[in-house]
Design a binder for this molecule. Structure first.
Ligand code: GLN
Length: 477
């Protein structure tokens, strides 16, 4: 990766006047223009970004700038920004303009971040390869024939290819962490409730969280500090005070880390990923950390539980897109009902339709107890067992994904095979705990690999401090 790798570097250069913010923005805009084949951006806010740079440059000179002055950031296309288009990469929201901003956007702007554009993603954040986007797949900058991962694929590639310094994605079952691992960057999913969901286009409301994708742990910490905290517009946002995550130093205390023995033997685990995982265990041990296997018998249930619950929630959340309230309306409708049917049939892509249908099925009266209610109970068991492990250990360690980035167009025709690839990311989502994916070198073909650490609820601080301590160790091994 070329270019600046942290906001601290940029701010130092801005303050010493070795760098001018307008030049930096123009530089990013130039690269976005040159790298259009990546398909990371759906829209670039060029003029706005340039005007903001002038204003913020002045503030830097007068010493009145916010914490994020100098940060050029992209936002996933499911995060609302007032008077800007937002589509969740779906035809049904094509040309929809948001009448308000997400709380996270307001918080970014209040600290002088420059939002440079909106980033491609899987349709309604449903997917793990960015191939379900109405606007086409995003290409991995490590190998243009490979997927970016998803659903925050544009966000991960934009950071990987240095088209912006950082990005905000959303993570329902891995959508920040998995593309981060495919692209060799840092991805953090905060505790459920740590960050406001107000203004995020909902997929599965009891799972969705906004998270940063960055080139280093320091920037992830700073971004979390800015976006986290209570919000009167989101009753599920926590009122717990927000620590100064950016002040956190690398931890020097030796940690006790569990890894799930079932994970190492899981079907479909790529040999290079397994090797990188074992190598990471050894490097951590060599640094004096304790790393021990624990058994987690629920591993085979995490994917079915996650999909039953998220599809149920999605079927309810997506009912609002009816051709009347929002954006796309079919011209073939002749009355109210056919307008609903036609607009939804033409507006949604196949993966979204599949999930709406399945979600409606698991919620219908005759099957509710057999699927939805049962999955809720299993979710509780998974959460309790995860908490139990974390009462004895500081962190749980897992590969982020079972494979490196795969070839575009190669995803299985069988959706279940694709869903199973989420096996290592959905546990943290079901349990509502924080998790981070850190780059852990490349495979022989030069494709990035990621290692994931899960922490205790609302203890992002210790997860970040540990991550700061080991980020170089993992990257360079
Ligand atoms: N791949 C998972 C899914 O399709 C996760 C998506 C996400 O986190 N938004 O549901």
């Amino acid at each position: 990766m070329e270019g600046f790798s942290s906001l601290a570097q940029i701010q130092t250069a801005l303050v010493s006047r070795d760098l001018n913010l307008s030049d930096l923005v123009v530089d990013y805009l130039k690269r976005i223009e040159e790298r259009q084949e990546l398909n990371a951006f759906l829209e670039v806010f060029s003029e706005e970004a340039k005007s903001a740079a002038l204003i913020i440059q002045e503030k830097i000179i007068t010493g009145t700038s916010g914490k994020l002055a100098g940060m050029v950031i992209g936002i996933k296309d499911n995060i609302c920004y007032i008077n800007h288009k937002v589509s969740a990469s779906s035809r049904i929201l094509d040309n929809y303009t948001s009448p308000f901003s997400a709380t996270v956007v307001e918080r970014l702007l209040a600290e002088d971040a420059i939002i440079i554009g909106r980033l491609n993603c899987d349709e309604f954040a449903m997917g793990a390869s960015n191939e379900s986007s109405y606007y086409g797949p995003v290409r991995n900058n490590a190998d243009l024939t490979k997927v970016s991962g998803g659903s925050s694929g544009g966000a991960a590639v934009a950071v990987q290819a240095n088209l912006c310094l950082a990005a905000l994605g959303t993570d329902t079952g891995g959508s920040v962490r998995q593309p981060a691992s495919f692209c060799g960057v840092v991805g953090l999913k905060p505790t459920y409730g740590r960050v406001s969901r107000h203004g995020i286009i909902s997929y599965a409301s009891s799972f969705d969280q906004v998270g940063p994708i960055t080139r280093c742990v320091d920037d992830a910490s700073l971004l979390l500090e800015v976006i986290a905290g209570a919000d009167e517009h989101d009753s599920t946002s926590s009122s717990k005070s927000v620590p100064d995550y950016s002040e956190i130093k690398p931890s020097s205390v030796k940690k006790k880390i569990a890894y799930l023995s079932e994970a190492l033997h899981s079907e479909g685990l790529d040999a290079d990923v397994k090797l990188a995982f074992e190598r990471s265990i050894n490097s951590l041990k060599a640094e004096g950390h304790t790393v021990e296997p624990v058994s987690f018998h629920f591993l085979e249930y995490v994917v079915p539980t996650y999909y039953i619950l998220t599809m149920a929630e999605a079927s309810s959340n997506l009912a609002r897109y009816d051709g009347i309230h929002y954006a796309y309306r079919s011209e073939k409708g002749v009355d109210l009902e056919s307008t609903y049917k036609r607009s939804r049939s033409e507006g949604f892509g196949p993966e979204v339709k599949r999930r709406i249908v399945l979600g409606t099925f698991v919620l219908c009266a005759g099957y509710y107890d057999a699927y939805y209610a049962k999955a809720q109970k299993v979710r509780r068991l998974i959460r309790d067992k995860t908490d139990e492990i974390l009462s004895e250990f500081d962190f749980i360690m897992l590969p982020t994904a079972p494979t490196p980035a795969f070839t575009i167009g190669e995803s299985s025709d069988d959706p279940v095979v694709n869903y199973l690839a989420d096996i290592f990311t959905v546990q943290a989502s079901l349990a509502g705990i924080p998790a981070i994916s850190l780059p852990a070198g490349n495979n022989k073909a030069g494709l990035p690999l990621g290692i994931q650490f899960l922490g205790k609820r609302f203890e992002e601080g210790s997860l970040l401090s540990f991550s700061k301590d080991i980020e170089e160790l993992l990257e360079d091994q």
